[in-house]
Design a protein around this ligand. Structure first.
Ligand code: HEC
Length: 444
């Protein structure tokens, strides 16, 4: 008996009820799906009688109907109708058997194979339209404070022998929530109760970067496995669902962010490319080579127009998300860029392993080539922002953007130095990775 007969028998006796888990054998249109359609659907969906303009009798005709999306059951109308998750129920007057539905599910999840020789066609389209109305930007999101309410597991996805390293941290702009990257998971803590608010599993590696979207509903996680795999994933923390993954890099993503209007994702890592993806299609729209060292920081500006990227050698560039051109280069740091934040639509603050934080005015450093290197506008509590070599000093921000650091302020063009006079605080609470002890995380 050849393998094909074996497979047919396996299906006949209903092994396929295991659905997607039944991975060893390919579920194909020709072998498994067409027979189901023949028995249940073709009398209404054939070339002569195309109800709803849908012909299910050949693979190509079915694919033009756009009722299935490879790997994505939610976006597969056909699946939604046969499971009665959506109306009109199909077939109209009966329901497919569970093994038949399981076969259709396995076929969709497996990438819509035509026959045993074909390649999987996976949908890259995100499950939801993420783009936000530009008018809503910068405002408090409507509805309840974006918190994970009983949608995420509270038990650690992975418990480690020792308290493991925290790889990244982000604070929600609107909710009492902090996200901490850890080994194979991201931990969400409620900063009011100091209890765990949810665990996001990260089975494929290390999360190296976490950031909340501007409305606090989404968490974007960049990471992967060193010299192996890099990608960014977007979670809706209010629903506890992963809604989008972009990137298929060959090295781990070290920094990633989503634009305020949620139309773009930018990430980077050791291969030095800035990659910008569209959340509409999930596809790479710009791949930019300019950094001379690993990309270690990435942050979109408040309106989503610009994204700043920093590298291990201290270089910072600012890009326009669309059309992807360089808006400014901010050269002045002498060590790895450890953080980038935007104080307004044109002011970027950078921190570096060189011991300083600097503040830059994007508008003042244009065009990129002319005097960028001279424009290391730096900041201290009293000096505010000065762009001493190119053009007039920039107006000081009306209120200090950072808490007062040194007193009296340093005389020369100052940076916010990590000198000994910077007040040190003591941590009031400690969030950590799930410890060895079998204590319930909720008890902390
Ligand atoms: C008795 C006739 C009949 C049978 C049998 C039938 N359908 Fe339908 N199908 C229809 C009609 C009529 C519509 C349009 C319904 C409407 O728009 O309200 C439709 C619509 C659909 C649609 C929506 C297409 C679109 O683009 O909106 C899908 C998908 C579909 N059918 C799949 C199936 C599948 C799969 C089967 C078999 C498991 C099946 N149908 C069996 C009559 C049938």
């Amino acid at each position: 008996m050849n393998t094909r007969n074996l497979r047919t028998i396996a299906f006949a006796v209903g092994f396929v009820a295991a659905g997607a888990g039944f991975a060893a054998d390919k579920v194909t249109y020709e072998d498994n799906v067409l027979p189901i359609f023949r028995n249940n659907c073709l009398k209404c969906h054939n070339p002569d009688k195309m109800k709803a303009d849908l012909n299910l009798s050949t693979y190509d005709a079915l694919m033009t109907g756009e009722v299935v999306a490879g790997g994505d059951l939610d976006n597969s109308l056909l699946y939604q109708l046969v499971t009665h998750a959506e109306e009109p129920n199909m077939p109209p007057k009966s329901k497919l058997t569970d093994p038949e539905i399981a076969t259709l599910k396995a076929w969709i999840v497996g990438g819509l194979l035509k026959d045993s020789g074909s390649k999987a066609v996976m949908s890259t389209k995100p499950k939801v339209d993420l783009a936000l109305d530009p008018d809503s930007l910068g405002k408090r999101p409507e509805g309840p404070t974006p918190m994970p309410v009983e949608v995420l597991a509270l038990d650690p996805y992975q418990r480690t022998e020792r308290t493991s390293i925290s790889t990244a941290i982000a604070v929600s702009p609107w909710a009492p929530l902090v996200a901490i990257g850890s080994q194979r998971q991201v931990l969400l803590y409620n900063t009011d109760t100091l209890k765990i608010a949810g665990i996001i599993p990260y089975p494929k590696g290390y999360p190296h970067s976490v950031n909340f979207s501007a409305n606090g509903k989404l968490l974007i996680i960049g990471g992967g496995r060193g010299a192996n795999l890099g990608f960014s994933t977007v979670w809706d923390i209010t629903k506890g669902e992963q809604i989008l993954t972009v990137g298929d890099d060959l090295d781990s993503v070290l920094a990633s962010d989503i634009s305020a209007d949620q139309r773009y994702i930018a990430h980077g890592g050791p291969d030095r490319f800035v990659r910008i993806f569209s959340t509409d299609t999930g596809e790479l729209v710009h791949k930019i080579k300019k950094h001379t060292d690993w990309i270690t920081a990435m942050r979109f500006g408040p309106k989503g127009k610009y994204v700043a990227s920093g590298d291990r050698a201290g270089g910072i560039h600012v890009w326009e998300a669309e059309p992807g051109g360089r808006a400014a280069s901010l050269m002045g740091h002498r060590g790895r860029i450890t953080g980038l934040e935007w104080a307004s639509t044109n002011i970027v603050i950078s921190s570096s392993e060189d011991g300083t934080a600097k503040m830059w005015n994007i508008d003042e450093v244009r065009p990129p080539s002319a005097c960028a290197a001279l424009k290391t506008a730096t900041w201290s509590p009293s000096v505010a922002i000065a762009a001493p070599h190119c053009g007039a000093p920039v107006a000081a921000p009306s209120a200090p953007l950072l808490s007062p650091a040194t007193s009296p302020p340093p005389a020369s063009p100052a940076t916010m130095a990590s000198s000994s006079s910077v007040p040190t605080g003591t941590a009031k609470s400690t969030f950590g990775t799930p410890p060895t002890a079998k204590r319930s995380p909720a008890s902390r």
